[in-house]
Design a protein around this ligand. Structure first.
Ligand code: AGP
Length: 622
Protein backbone atom coordinates (compact mmCIF):
# COMPACT_ATOMS: atom_id res chain seq x y z
CA UNK A 1 0.00 0.00 0.00
CA UNK A 2 1.00 3.65 -0.24
CA UNK A 3 3.12 5.21 2.46
CA UNK A 4 2.72 8.75 3.78
CA UNK A 5 5.17 10.87 5.77
CA UNK A 6 5.11 14.47 6.96
CA UNK A 7 7.42 16.70 8.99
CA UNK A 8 7.31 20.23 10.32
CA UNK A 9 9.91 21.55 12.73
CA UNK A 10 13.25 23.25 13.12
CA UNK A 11 15.28 20.87 10.94
CA UNK A 12 15.48 20.48 7.16
CA UNK A 13 12.45 18.42 6.18
CA UNK A 14 13.54 16.49 3.07
CA UNK A 15 16.16 14.18 4.65
CA UNK A 16 13.72 13.30 7.42
CA UNK A 17 10.97 12.60 4.91
CA UNK A 18 13.24 10.35 2.83
CA UNK A 19 14.30 8.46 5.94
CA UNK A 20 10.65 7.91 6.85
CA UNK A 21 9.75 6.72 3.34
CA UNK A 22 12.62 4.26 3.48
CA UNK A 23 11.11 2.73 6.63
CA UNK A 24 7.81 2.36 4.76
CA UNK A 25 9.25 0.64 1.68
CA UNK A 26 7.96 -2.68 2.99
CA UNK A 27 4.42 -1.47 2.20
CA UNK A 28 5.13 -1.89 -1.50
CA UNK A 29 5.37 0.96 -4.05
CA UNK A 30 6.26 1.85 -7.63
CA UNK A 31 7.03 5.58 -7.35
CA UNK A 32 7.71 8.24 -4.74
CA UNK A 33 7.72 11.99 -4.23
CA UNK A 34 8.27 14.90 -1.86
CA UNK A 35 6.81 18.39 -1.51
CA UNK A 36 8.81 20.75 0.72
CA UNK A 37 8.36 24.43 1.51
CA UNK A 38 10.51 26.99 3.25
CA UNK A 39 7.85 29.31 4.52
CA UNK A 40 7.28 30.99 1.18
CA UNK A 41 4.42 30.57 -1.28
CA UNK A 42 6.16 27.93 -3.30
CA UNK A 43 6.28 24.23 -2.65
CA UNK A 44 9.17 22.42 -4.31
CA UNK A 45 7.86 19.10 -5.63
CA UNK A 46 10.18 16.26 -6.70
CA UNK A 47 8.98 12.85 -7.89
CA UNK A 48 10.57 9.68 -9.28
CA UNK A 49 9.36 6.27 -10.43
CA UNK A 50 10.97 3.04 -9.29
CA UNK A 51 12.90 2.53 -6.08
CA UNK A 52 13.25 5.23 -3.47
CA UNK A 53 16.96 5.73 -4.12
CA UNK A 54 16.06 7.38 -7.44
CA UNK A 55 14.21 10.11 -5.53
CA UNK A 56 17.04 10.38 -3.01
CA UNK A 57 19.59 10.72 -5.82
CA UNK A 58 17.48 13.42 -7.51
CA UNK A 59 17.52 15.50 -4.33
CA UNK A 60 21.08 14.77 -3.13
CA UNK A 61 19.63 12.67 -0.30
CA UNK A 62 17.18 15.50 0.38
CA UNK A 63 19.87 18.11 0.97
CA UNK A 64 18.95 19.98 -2.21
CA UNK A 65 15.41 20.65 -0.98
CA UNK A 66 15.39 23.60 1.41
CA UNK A 67 12.59 24.05 3.86
CA UNK A 68 11.42 22.78 7.25
CA UNK A 69 7.93 21.65 6.36
CA UNK A 70 7.06 18.91 3.94
CA UNK A 71 5.19 15.78 2.97
CA UNK A 72 6.32 12.62 1.21
CA UNK A 73 4.74 9.57 -0.38
CA UNK A 74 5.47 6.13 -1.77
CA UNK A 75 2.78 5.20 -4.28
CA UNK A 76 1.28 1.77 -4.89
CA UNK A 77 -0.69 2.49 -8.05
CA UNK A 78 -4.46 2.12 -7.95
CA UNK A 79 -5.76 4.84 -10.31
CA UNK A 80 -3.33 5.66 -13.12
CA UNK A 81 -0.23 3.77 -14.11
CA UNK A 82 3.08 4.02 -12.20
CA UNK A 83 4.52 7.22 -13.69
CA UNK A 84 6.13 10.44 -12.48
CA UNK A 85 3.09 12.51 -13.38
CA UNK A 86 0.85 10.18 -11.33
CA UNK A 87 3.26 10.03 -8.41
CA UNK A 88 2.34 12.07 -5.34
CA UNK A 89 2.37 14.79 -4.06
CA UNK A 90 -0.42 16.33 -6.10
CA UNK A 91 -1.31 20.03 -6.19
CA UNK A 92 -4.40 22.18 -6.68
CA UNK A 93 -2.84 24.23 -9.49
CA UNK A 94 -2.07 23.00 -12.95
CA UNK A 95 1.22 21.35 -13.76
CA UNK A 96 3.21 20.88 -16.92
CA UNK A 97 5.33 17.81 -17.55
CA UNK A 98 5.82 15.50 -14.59
CA UNK A 99 4.48 17.89 -12.02
CA UNK A 100 7.89 18.32 -10.43
CA UNK A 101 9.69 21.58 -9.69
CA UNK A 102 8.60 24.77 -7.97
CA UNK A 103 4.83 24.77 -8.22
CA UNK A 104 2.55 27.71 -7.52
CA UNK A 105 -0.45 26.18 -5.80
CA UNK A 106 -2.66 26.82 -2.81
CA UNK A 107 -2.86 23.18 -1.76
CA UNK A 108 -0.47 20.22 -2.07
CA UNK A 109 -1.23 16.75 -0.80
CA UNK A 110 -0.48 13.05 -0.52
CA UNK A 111 -3.01 10.25 -0.04
CA UNK A 112 -3.19 6.59 0.88
CA UNK A 113 -6.49 4.91 0.00
CA UNK A 114 -9.07 4.93 -2.79
CA UNK A 115 -11.63 7.65 -3.56
CA UNK A 116 -14.47 5.61 -5.00
CA UNK A 117 -16.51 8.52 -6.40
CA UNK A 118 -13.53 10.37 -7.87
CA UNK A 119 -14.99 10.35 -11.40
CA UNK A 120 -18.13 12.31 -10.47
CA UNK A 121 -16.06 14.71 -8.39
CA UNK A 122 -13.69 15.22 -11.30
CA UNK A 123 -16.64 16.08 -13.55
CA UNK A 124 -17.83 18.61 -10.98
CA UNK A 125 -14.42 20.25 -10.76
CA UNK A 126 -14.02 20.36 -14.53
CA UNK A 127 -17.34 22.21 -14.68
CA UNK A 128 -15.87 24.71 -12.21
CA UNK A 129 -12.84 25.37 -14.37
CA UNK A 130 -10.30 22.97 -12.93
CA UNK A 131 -7.87 21.19 -15.24
CA UNK A 132 -6.19 17.88 -14.46
CA UNK A 133 -2.66 16.75 -15.26
CA UNK A 134 -2.78 13.19 -13.84
CA UNK A 135 -5.03 10.11 -13.87
CA UNK A 136 -5.19 9.86 -10.10
CA UNK A 137 -8.05 10.06 -7.63
CA UNK A 138 -5.66 11.92 -5.33
CA UNK A 139 -5.38 14.94 -7.60
CA UNK A 140 -9.18 15.09 -7.55
CA UNK A 141 -9.38 15.13 -3.77
CA UNK A 142 -6.63 17.77 -3.46
CA UNK A 143 -8.45 20.00 -5.97
CA UNK A 144 -11.76 19.41 -4.17
CA UNK A 145 -10.22 20.70 -0.94
CA UNK A 146 -8.95 23.70 -2.87
CA UNK A 147 -12.42 24.22 -4.37
CA UNK A 148 -14.13 24.42 -0.99
CA UNK A 149 -11.25 26.44 0.48
CA UNK A 150 -11.74 29.14 -2.17
CA UNK A 151 -15.48 28.94 -2.73
CA UNK A 152 -16.46 29.40 0.90
CA UNK A 153 -13.35 31.38 1.93
CA UNK A 154 -13.02 29.03 4.92
CA UNK A 155 -9.95 27.71 6.75
CA UNK A 156 -8.17 24.48 5.87
CA UNK A 157 -9.98 22.43 8.54
CA UNK A 158 -13.42 23.42 7.26
CA UNK A 159 -12.38 22.92 3.64
CA UNK A 160 -11.20 19.42 4.54
CA UNK A 161 -14.31 18.49 6.53
CA UNK A 162 -16.49 19.63 3.65
CA UNK A 163 -14.44 17.42 1.36
CA UNK A 164 -14.75 14.48 3.71
CA UNK A 165 -18.53 14.76 3.66
CA UNK A 166 -18.44 14.72 -0.13
CA UNK A 167 -16.05 11.87 -0.90
CA UNK A 168 -16.68 8.14 -0.62
CA UNK A 169 -13.83 5.74 -0.09
CA UNK A 170 -10.81 5.45 2.14
CA UNK A 171 -8.07 7.96 2.78
CA UNK A 172 -5.19 9.05 4.90
CA UNK A 173 -4.47 12.56 3.66
CA UNK A 174 -1.61 14.97 4.45
CA UNK A 175 -2.07 18.46 2.98
CA UNK A 176 -0.09 21.73 2.95
CA UNK A 177 -1.73 25.14 2.31
CA UNK A 178 0.18 28.07 0.83
CA UNK A 179 -1.26 30.43 3.45
CA UNK A 180 -0.17 28.21 6.37
CA UNK A 181 3.58 27.87 5.77
CA UNK A 182 4.72 25.65 8.65
CA UNK A 183 1.60 23.57 9.15
CA UNK A 184 0.36 20.25 7.79
CA UNK A 185 -3.29 19.22 7.84
CA UNK A 186 -4.30 15.57 7.93
CA UNK A 187 -7.51 13.61 7.64
CA UNK A 188 -8.28 9.93 7.96
CA UNK A 189 -10.93 7.39 7.04
CA UNK A 190 -10.04 3.67 7.16
CA UNK A 191 -6.43 4.07 6.00
CA UNK A 192 -3.78 4.09 8.77
CA UNK A 193 -2.23 7.35 9.92
CA UNK A 194 -0.31 8.28 13.05
CA UNK A 195 0.97 11.64 14.24
CA UNK A 196 3.97 12.02 16.51
CA UNK A 197 5.33 15.00 18.40
CA UNK A 198 8.72 15.90 19.79
CA UNK A 199 10.16 19.17 21.06
CA UNK A 200 9.63 21.81 18.30
CA UNK A 201 8.75 19.14 15.72
CA UNK A 202 5.82 17.04 14.56
CA UNK A 203 5.67 13.98 12.34
CA UNK A 204 2.99 12.15 10.33
CA UNK A 205 3.27 8.63 8.93
CA UNK A 206 1.32 5.62 7.75
CA UNK A 207 3.11 3.42 10.28
CA UNK A 208 5.28 3.60 13.38
CA UNK A 209 8.69 2.57 11.92
CA UNK A 210 8.77 5.80 9.87
CA UNK A 211 8.93 8.07 12.93
CA UNK A 212 10.26 5.78 15.68
CA UNK A 213 13.75 7.27 15.26
CA UNK A 214 12.41 10.71 16.21
CA UNK A 215 9.65 10.14 18.74
CA UNK A 216 7.73 7.49 20.64
CA UNK A 217 4.83 9.78 21.50
CA UNK A 218 2.10 9.27 18.95
CA UNK A 219 -1.58 9.96 18.38
CA UNK A 220 -3.75 7.43 16.54
CA UNK A 221 -6.10 9.79 14.73
CA UNK A 222 -9.59 8.30 14.56
CA UNK A 223 -11.80 7.86 11.54
CA UNK A 224 -13.36 11.06 10.15
CA UNK A 225 -11.08 13.29 12.20
CA UNK A 226 -8.87 16.13 11.00
CA UNK A 227 -5.50 17.09 12.49
CA UNK A 228 -3.78 20.48 12.37
CA UNK A 229 -0.08 19.80 12.80
CA UNK A 230 2.45 22.49 13.67
CA UNK A 231 5.99 22.14 15.11
CA UNK A 232 5.59 20.24 18.39
CA UNK A 233 1.81 20.65 18.52
CA UNK A 234 -1.29 18.92 17.10
CA UNK A 235 -4.95 19.87 17.29
CA UNK A 236 -7.76 17.49 16.33
CA UNK A 237 -11.23 18.21 14.97
CA UNK A 238 -14.32 16.17 14.27
CA UNK A 239 -16.40 16.26 11.10
CA UNK A 240 -18.26 19.32 12.40
CA UNK A 241 -14.99 21.20 12.76
CA UNK A 242 -15.23 21.11 16.55
CA UNK A 243 -11.98 20.56 18.41
CA UNK A 244 -11.64 17.14 20.07
CA UNK A 245 -9.03 15.72 22.43
CA UNK A 246 -7.00 12.58 21.71
CA UNK A 247 -4.71 10.78 24.14
CA UNK A 248 -1.08 10.28 23.21
CA UNK A 249 0.34 6.73 23.20
CA UNK A 250 3.94 5.82 24.01
CA UNK A 251 5.39 3.32 21.51
CA UNK A 252 7.29 0.59 23.32
CA UNK A 253 9.05 -0.91 20.29
CA UNK A 254 12.80 -0.29 20.10
CA UNK A 255 14.34 0.93 16.85
CA UNK A 256 16.49 -2.20 16.62
CA UNK A 257 13.34 -4.30 16.53
CA UNK A 258 12.48 -2.59 13.29
CA UNK A 259 15.95 -3.20 11.81
CA UNK A 260 17.46 -6.42 10.39
CA UNK A 261 19.66 -7.31 13.36
CA UNK A 262 22.40 -8.88 11.28
CA UNK A 263 20.14 -11.07 9.14
CA UNK A 264 20.25 -10.72 5.35
CA UNK A 265 16.53 -10.10 5.16
CA UNK A 266 13.77 -9.05 7.53
CA UNK A 267 11.96 -12.28 6.67
CA UNK A 268 14.81 -14.49 7.91
CA UNK A 269 15.11 -12.37 11.04
CA UNK A 270 11.41 -12.67 11.69
CA UNK A 271 11.45 -16.45 11.09
CA UNK A 272 14.10 -16.62 13.82
CA UNK A 273 12.04 -14.39 16.09
CA UNK A 274 9.24 -16.95 16.14
CA UNK A 275 10.29 -18.70 19.36
CA UNK A 276 10.15 -15.33 21.12
CA UNK A 277 6.95 -14.24 19.38
CA UNK A 278 5.22 -17.49 20.35
CA UNK A 279 6.62 -17.43 23.89
CA UNK A 280 5.64 -13.81 24.47
CA UNK A 281 2.14 -14.40 23.16
CA UNK A 282 1.78 -17.52 25.32
CA UNK A 283 3.07 -15.72 28.40
CA UNK A 284 0.66 -12.85 27.86
CA UNK A 285 -2.29 -15.25 28.05
CA UNK A 286 -1.17 -17.97 30.47
CA UNK A 287 -0.86 -16.97 34.11
CA UNK A 288 -0.22 -19.39 37.00
CA UNK A 289 -0.84 -22.40 34.81
CA UNK A 290 -4.17 -21.15 33.55
CA UNK A 291 -5.29 -19.34 30.40
CA UNK A 292 -6.46 -15.88 31.37
CA UNK A 293 -8.66 -14.12 28.79
CA UNK A 294 -9.62 -11.31 31.17
CA UNK A 295 -7.86 -8.66 29.10
CA UNK A 296 -9.93 -9.62 26.06
CA UNK A 297 -13.17 -9.17 27.99
CA UNK A 298 -14.40 -12.61 26.92
CA UNK A 299 -16.15 -14.09 29.97
CA UNK A 300 -16.82 -17.75 30.71
CA UNK A 301 -20.58 -17.13 30.45
CA UNK A 302 -20.08 -15.54 27.02
CA UNK A 303 -18.01 -18.55 25.88
CA UNK A 304 -20.61 -20.98 27.17
CA UNK A 305 -23.38 -19.10 25.33
CA UNK A 306 -21.73 -19.45 21.92
CA UNK A 307 -23.37 -21.63 19.26
CA UNK A 308 -21.23 -20.65 16.27
CA UNK A 309 -17.80 -19.23 15.52
CA UNK A 310 -16.99 -17.44 12.29
CA UNK A 311 -13.32 -16.77 11.65
CA UNK A 312 -12.83 -14.03 9.08
CA UNK A 313 -9.49 -12.93 7.59
CA UNK A 314 -7.34 -12.64 4.47
CA UNK A 315 -4.22 -14.40 3.24
CA UNK A 316 -2.07 -16.03 5.87
CA UNK A 317 -4.41 -14.86 8.60
CA UNK A 318 -7.13 -16.83 6.85
CA UNK A 319 -4.83 -19.83 6.89
CA UNK A 320 -4.56 -19.44 10.66
CA UNK A 321 -8.34 -19.60 10.73
CA UNK A 322 -8.32 -22.75 8.64
CA UNK A 323 -5.97 -24.39 11.13
CA UNK A 324 -7.86 -23.11 14.16
CA UNK A 325 -11.12 -24.50 12.77
CA UNK A 326 -9.90 -28.09 13.27
CA UNK A 327 -8.58 -27.38 16.74
CA UNK A 328 -11.67 -25.54 18.03
CA UNK A 329 -14.08 -28.09 16.55
CA UNK A 330 -12.19 -31.03 18.01
CA UNK A 331 -11.48 -29.59 21.44
CA UNK A 332 -14.43 -27.30 22.08
CA UNK A 333 -16.92 -29.07 19.80
CA UNK A 334 -18.17 -25.74 18.50
CA UNK A 335 -19.12 -25.36 14.84
CA UNK A 336 -16.61 -23.11 13.07
CA UNK A 337 -16.89 -21.43 9.67
CA UNK A 338 -13.78 -19.87 8.14
CA UNK A 339 -14.54 -17.09 5.70
CA UNK A 340 -12.43 -14.96 3.39
CA UNK A 341 -13.10 -11.40 4.55
CA UNK A 342 -13.54 -10.19 0.95
CA UNK A 343 -16.37 -12.71 0.58
CA UNK A 344 -17.86 -12.46 4.05
CA UNK A 345 -18.45 -8.73 3.72
CA UNK A 346 -20.85 -9.24 0.81
CA UNK A 347 -22.60 -12.40 1.95
CA UNK A 348 -25.79 -12.55 3.98
CA UNK A 349 -24.53 -15.07 6.48
CA UNK A 350 -26.98 -15.64 9.32
CA UNK A 351 -25.32 -14.19 12.44
CA UNK A 352 -26.74 -13.86 15.90
CA UNK A 353 -25.65 -12.70 19.33
CA UNK A 354 -24.53 -16.26 20.03
CA UNK A 355 -22.12 -16.05 17.09
CA UNK A 356 -18.56 -14.98 17.79
CA UNK A 357 -16.88 -13.47 14.75
CA UNK A 358 -13.11 -13.61 15.12
CA UNK A 359 -11.23 -11.25 12.80
CA UNK A 360 -7.57 -12.16 12.50
CA UNK A 361 -5.22 -9.53 11.13
CA UNK A 362 -1.52 -8.80 11.67
CA UNK A 363 -1.76 -5.16 10.63
CA UNK A 364 -5.24 -4.54 11.95
CA UNK A 365 -5.77 -2.33 8.88
CA UNK A 366 -6.70 -4.75 6.09
CA UNK A 367 -9.64 -3.13 4.34
CA UNK A 368 -11.61 -6.32 3.67
CA UNK A 369 -11.14 -7.57 7.23
CA UNK A 370 -12.16 -4.19 8.65
CA UNK A 371 -15.26 -4.13 6.45
CA UNK A 372 -16.13 -7.68 7.52
CA UNK A 373 -15.78 -6.67 11.17
CA UNK A 374 -18.22 -3.81 10.63
CA UNK A 375 -20.72 -6.08 8.89
CA UNK A 376 -20.51 -8.57 11.77
CA UNK A 377 -21.15 -5.84 14.30
CA UNK A 378 -24.06 -4.45 12.28
CA UNK A 379 -25.57 -7.96 12.26
CA UNK A 380 -25.38 -8.24 16.05
CA UNK A 381 -22.57 -10.78 16.37
CA UNK A 382 -19.98 -10.51 19.11
CA UNK A 383 -16.59 -9.65 17.61
CA UNK A 384 -13.07 -10.51 18.70
CA UNK A 385 -10.02 -9.09 16.94
CA UNK A 386 -6.76 -11.07 17.01
CA UNK A 387 -4.23 -8.46 15.88
CA UNK A 388 -0.53 -7.67 16.20
CA UNK A 389 -0.50 -3.89 15.90
CA UNK A 390 -1.61 -2.13 19.06
CA UNK A 391 -4.14 0.61 18.48
CA UNK A 392 -4.87 -0.52 14.92
CA UNK A 393 -8.30 0.19 13.48
CA UNK A 394 -9.58 -3.39 13.69
CA UNK A 395 -8.37 -3.59 17.30
CA UNK A 396 -10.20 -0.38 18.17
CA UNK A 397 -13.47 -1.24 16.47
CA UNK A 398 -13.93 -4.83 17.68
CA UNK A 399 -15.86 -5.60 20.87
CA UNK A 400 -12.94 -7.63 22.19
CA UNK A 401 -9.22 -7.66 21.38
CA UNK A 402 -6.56 -10.33 21.76
CA UNK A 403 -3.14 -8.89 20.96
CA UNK A 404 -0.39 -11.13 19.61
CA UNK A 405 3.06 -10.05 20.78
CA UNK A 406 5.11 -10.73 17.66
CA UNK A 407 6.53 -7.19 17.59
CA UNK A 408 6.88 -5.18 14.38
CA UNK A 409 6.79 -7.39 11.29
CA UNK A 410 8.43 -5.71 8.31
CA UNK A 411 8.73 -8.43 5.66
CA UNK A 412 5.69 -8.53 3.39
CA UNK A 413 5.51 -12.31 3.79
CA UNK A 414 4.28 -12.90 7.30
CA UNK A 415 5.96 -15.49 9.50
CA UNK A 416 6.23 -14.62 13.19
CA UNK A 417 2.85 -12.88 13.23
CA UNK A 418 1.28 -15.97 11.62
CA UNK A 419 2.85 -18.17 14.32
CA UNK A 420 1.79 -15.85 17.11
CA UNK A 421 -1.78 -15.84 15.74
CA UNK A 422 -1.69 -19.64 15.57
CA UNK A 423 -0.69 -20.07 19.20
CA UNK A 424 -3.23 -17.47 20.28
CA UNK A 425 -5.98 -19.39 18.51
CA UNK A 426 -4.77 -22.67 20.03
CA UNK A 427 -4.98 -21.12 23.49
CA UNK A 428 -8.44 -19.78 22.71
CA UNK A 429 -9.53 -23.26 21.59
CA UNK A 430 -8.17 -24.90 24.74
CA UNK A 431 -9.80 -22.33 27.00
CA UNK A 432 -13.14 -22.60 25.23
CA UNK A 433 -12.99 -26.38 25.55
CA UNK A 434 -12.22 -26.18 29.26
CA UNK A 435 -14.93 -23.59 29.98
CA UNK A 436 -17.50 -25.56 28.01
CA UNK A 437 -16.50 -28.76 29.76
CA UNK A 438 -15.47 -30.66 26.65
CA UNK A 439 -11.96 -31.36 28.00
CA UNK A 440 -10.97 -32.56 31.46
CA UNK A 441 -8.71 -30.71 33.84
CA UNK A 442 -5.96 -33.22 33.06
CA UNK A 443 -6.35 -32.74 29.33
CA UNK A 444 -6.28 -28.97 29.90
CA UNK A 445 -3.04 -29.23 31.82
CA UNK A 446 -1.59 -31.55 29.16
CA UNK A 447 -2.49 -29.11 26.38
CA UNK A 448 -0.92 -26.19 28.24
CA UNK A 449 2.23 -28.20 28.81
CA UNK A 450 2.42 -29.11 25.12
CA UNK A 451 1.89 -25.50 24.08
CA UNK A 452 4.57 -24.28 26.49
CA UNK A 453 7.12 -26.50 24.69
CA UNK A 454 6.40 -25.11 21.23
CA UNK A 455 8.91 -22.18 21.34
CA UNK A 456 11.83 -24.48 22.17
CA UNK A 457 10.78 -26.95 19.45
CA UNK A 458 10.65 -24.14 16.90
CA UNK A 459 14.13 -23.13 17.98
CA UNK A 460 15.37 -26.67 17.40
CA UNK A 461 13.93 -26.70 13.88
CA UNK A 462 15.73 -23.43 13.15
CA UNK A 463 19.03 -25.04 14.08
CA UNK A 464 18.79 -27.44 11.12
CA UNK A 465 18.26 -25.15 8.12
CA UNK A 466 21.05 -26.34 5.82
CA UNK A 467 19.14 -29.30 4.32
CA UNK A 468 16.26 -26.99 3.45
CA UNK A 469 18.64 -24.45 1.96
CA UNK A 470 20.18 -27.19 -0.19
CA UNK A 471 16.76 -28.51 -1.27
CA UNK A 472 15.61 -24.98 -2.11
CA UNK A 473 18.52 -24.57 -4.50
CA UNK A 474 17.41 -27.81 -6.20
CA UNK A 475 13.80 -26.67 -6.71
CA UNK A 476 14.53 -23.03 -7.58
CA UNK A 477 13.64 -23.59 -11.24
CA UNK A 478 10.45 -25.53 -10.64
CA UNK A 479 7.43 -24.41 -12.65
CA UNK A 480 4.74 -25.77 -10.35
CA UNK A 481 4.79 -26.90 -6.74
CA UNK A 482 1.83 -28.62 -5.08
CA UNK A 483 1.35 -28.79 -1.32
CA UNK A 484 -1.13 -31.43 -0.17
CA UNK A 485 -2.51 -32.63 3.16
CA UNK A 486 -5.64 -33.67 5.00
CA UNK A 487 -7.28 -32.01 8.00
CA UNK A 488 -4.84 -29.73 9.80
CA UNK A 489 -2.19 -30.76 7.26
CA UNK A 490 -4.31 -29.18 4.54
CA UNK A 491 -4.38 -25.90 6.49
CA UNK A 492 -0.60 -26.10 6.86
CA UNK A 493 -0.30 -26.74 3.12
CA UNK A 494 -2.21 -23.54 2.41
CA UNK A 495 0.37 -21.45 4.26
CA UNK A 496 3.32 -23.37 2.83
CA UNK A 497 2.04 -22.75 -0.69
CA UNK A 498 1.44 -19.04 -0.14
CA UNK A 499 4.90 -18.55 1.38
CA UNK A 500 6.42 -20.27 -1.64
CA UNK A 501 4.55 -18.45 -4.38
CA UNK A 502 4.44 -14.93 -2.92
CA UNK A 503 8.21 -14.60 -2.62
CA UNK A 504 9.63 -17.04 -5.21
CA UNK A 505 7.00 -16.29 -7.89
CA UNK A 506 6.81 -20.05 -8.65
CA UNK A 507 3.23 -21.15 -9.31
CA UNK A 508 2.04 -23.19 -6.35
CA UNK A 509 -1.23 -24.64 -5.14
CA UNK A 510 -2.34 -26.17 -1.87
CA UNK A 511 -4.81 -29.00 -2.20
CA UNK A 512 -6.78 -31.19 0.12
CA UNK A 513 -5.02 -34.47 -0.65
CA UNK A 514 -8.28 -36.32 -1.15
CA UNK A 515 -9.41 -33.78 -3.73
CA UNK A 516 -6.50 -34.10 -6.17
CA UNK A 517 -8.04 -36.99 -8.10
CA UNK A 518 -11.10 -34.83 -8.86
CA UNK A 519 -9.24 -32.86 -11.53
CA UNK A 520 -6.00 -31.25 -10.45
CA UNK A 521 -3.98 -34.46 -10.70
CA UNK A 522 -4.10 -33.92 -14.46
CA UNK A 523 -1.46 -31.23 -13.90
CA UNK A 524 1.07 -33.67 -12.45
CA UNK A 525 3.88 -34.28 -14.89
CA UNK A 526 7.35 -35.77 -14.79
CA UNK A 527 9.30 -34.21 -11.91
CA UNK A 528 6.43 -32.03 -10.72
CA UNK A 529 7.21 -31.32 -7.06
CA UNK A 530 4.52 -32.48 -4.65
CA UNK A 531 5.05 -31.70 -0.97
CA UNK A 532 2.96 -33.85 1.33
CA UNK A 533 2.31 -32.65 4.89
CA UNK A 534 2.00 -35.74 7.09
CA UNK A 535 1.59 -34.78 10.75
CA UNK A 536 -1.88 -36.18 11.46
CA UNK A 537 -1.38 -39.85 12.28
CA UNK A 538 -4.94 -40.99 11.60
CA UNK A 539 -4.77 -39.46 8.08
CA UNK A 540 -1.14 -40.33 7.39
CA UNK A 541 -1.69 -43.45 5.26
CA UNK A 542 -4.42 -41.76 3.23
CA UNK A 543 -2.18 -38.85 2.30
CA UNK A 544 0.75 -41.12 1.53
CA UNK A 545 -1.53 -42.97 -0.88
CA UNK A 546 -2.42 -39.70 -2.58
CA UNK A 547 1.28 -38.91 -2.87
CA UNK A 548 1.84 -42.32 -4.47
CA UNK A 549 -0.86 -41.52 -7.04
CA UNK A 550 1.19 -38.44 -7.94
CA UNK A 551 4.47 -40.39 -7.94
CA UNK A 552 3.01 -42.92 -10.38
CA UNK A 553 2.49 -39.98 -12.73
CA UNK A 554 6.08 -38.80 -12.44
CA UNK A 555 5.94 -36.48 -9.43
CA UNK A 556 8.96 -35.81 -7.21
CA UNK A 557 7.86 -36.12 -3.59
CA UNK A 558 8.89 -34.30 -0.45
CA UNK A 559 7.39 -35.52 2.82
CA UNK A 560 7.08 -33.29 5.91
CA UNK A 561 6.38 -35.37 9.00
CA UNK A 562 7.20 -35.79 12.69
CA UNK A 563 10.26 -37.53 14.10
CA UNK A 564 9.77 -41.28 14.18
CA UNK A 565 7.73 -41.64 10.99
CA UNK A 566 10.80 -42.97 9.20
CA UNK A 567 8.71 -45.31 7.05
CA UNK A 568 7.86 -42.29 4.89
CA UNK A 569 11.34 -42.59 3.39
CA UNK A 570 10.20 -45.72 1.59
CA UNK A 571 7.74 -43.58 -0.35
CA UNK A 572 9.19 -40.11 -0.89
CA UNK A 573 12.33 -38.65 -2.43
CA UNK A 574 13.14 -36.10 0.29
CA UNK A 575 12.00 -35.98 3.90
CA UNK A 576 11.86 -33.18 6.46
CA UNK A 577 11.21 -34.04 10.10
CA UNK A 578 9.86 -31.87 12.89
CA UNK A 579 9.73 -32.60 16.64
CA UNK A 580 6.71 -34.45 17.98
CA UNK A 581 3.96 -32.54 19.75
CA UNK A 582 0.25 -32.91 20.41
CA UNK A 583 -1.17 -33.16 16.89
CA UNK A 584 -3.64 -30.34 17.53
CA UNK A 585 -0.74 -27.87 17.88
CA UNK A 586 1.65 -29.22 15.25
CA UNK A 587 0.96 -26.45 12.71
CA UNK A 588 3.20 -24.13 14.73
CA UNK A 589 6.09 -26.50 14.02
CA UNK A 590 5.27 -27.75 10.52
CA UNK A 591 5.00 -24.25 9.08
CA UNK A 592 8.61 -23.37 9.97
CA UNK A 593 10.37 -25.64 7.41
CA UNK A 594 7.88 -24.45 4.78
CA UNK A 595 8.66 -20.81 5.59
CA UNK A 596 12.37 -21.55 5.27
CA UNK A 597 11.83 -23.44 2.01
CA UNK A 598 10.00 -20.49 0.51
CA UNK A 599 12.63 -18.08 1.80
CA UNK A 600 15.63 -20.00 0.48
CA UNK A 601 13.94 -20.61 -2.86
CA UNK A 602 13.37 -16.89 -3.25
CA UNK A 603 16.98 -16.17 -2.32
CA UNK A 604 18.14 -18.83 -4.82
CA UNK A 605 16.20 -16.99 -7.49
CA UNK A 606 17.80 -13.69 -6.52
CA UNK A 607 14.50 -12.04 -5.72
CA UNK A 608 13.57 -9.19 -3.38
CA UNK A 609 12.50 -11.41 -0.50
CA UNK A 610 11.24 -8.68 1.83
CA UNK A 611 9.43 -6.64 -0.80
CA UNK A 612 8.03 -9.07 -3.42
CA UNK A 613 6.58 -7.59 -6.58
CA UNK A 614 2.94 -6.46 -6.67
CA UNK A 615 2.47 -7.06 -2.93
CA UNK A 616 1.98 -4.81 0.06
CA UNK A 617 2.36 -5.54 3.74
CA UNK A 618 -1.05 -4.27 4.53
CA UNK A 619 -3.80 -4.17 1.89
CA UNK A 620 -5.69 -1.11 3.09
CA UNK A 621 -7.74 -0.79 -0.08
CA UNK A 622 -10.53 -3.08 -1.27
C1 AGP B 1 1.00 -13.20 3.88
O1 AGP B 1 2.39 -13.54 3.80
C2 AGP B 1 0.67 -11.95 3.10
N1 AGP B 1 1.53 -10.88 3.45
C3 AGP B 1 -0.81 -11.60 3.14
O2 AGP B 1 -1.52 -12.73 2.71
C4 AGP B 1 -1.38 -11.18 4.52
O3 AGP B 1 -1.40 -12.30 5.39
C5 AGP B 1 -2.82 -10.69 4.31
O4 AGP B 1 -2.77 -9.57 3.46
C6 AGP B 1 -3.53 -10.31 5.61
O5 AGP B 1 -2.87 -9.24 6.21
P1 AGP B 1 -3.28 -8.87 7.74
O6 AGP B 1 -2.94 -10.06 8.58
O7 AGP B 1 -2.45 -7.66 8.08
O8 AGP B 1 -4.75 -8.58 7.75
Amino acid sequence: MCGIVGYTGKDQAAPILLDGLQKLEYRGYDSAGLAVRDGKALAEVVKATGKLYHLADKTDQGRALKGNCGIGHTRWATHGDPSTVNAHPHVSGNCTGSGSGKVESDVAGVHNGIIENFAELKEKLLRHGYAFYSDTDTEVVVKLVDYYYKKYKIGPVDAITRTMVRVRGSYALALMFKDYPDEIFAARKDSPLIIGTAEDASFLASDVPAILKYTRSVYYIDNLQVARVSPGQVKFYDLNGDEVTLNQTEITWDAAAAEKGGFEHFMLKEIHEQPAAVRDTLNSLVKNGKIDLAETGLTDDMIRSLTQIDIVACGSAWHVGMAAQYVIEELAQLPVRVELASEFRYRNLPLSESTLVIVISQSGETADSLAALRVARERGAKTLAVVNVIGSTIAREADHVLYTLAGPEIAVATTKAYSAQLIAMDLLAVQMAFVRGTVSADAYAHDLEELSLIPEKIRRILEDKERLQWFASKIANAHDIFFIGRGLDYAISLEGSLKMKEISYIHSEAYAAGELKHGTISLIENNTLVIGVLTQSRLYEKTVSNMMECKSRGAYLMGLTTNGNFSVEDSVNFTVYIPKTDEHFVASLAVVPLQLLGYYTSVSRGLDVDKPRNLAKSVTVE
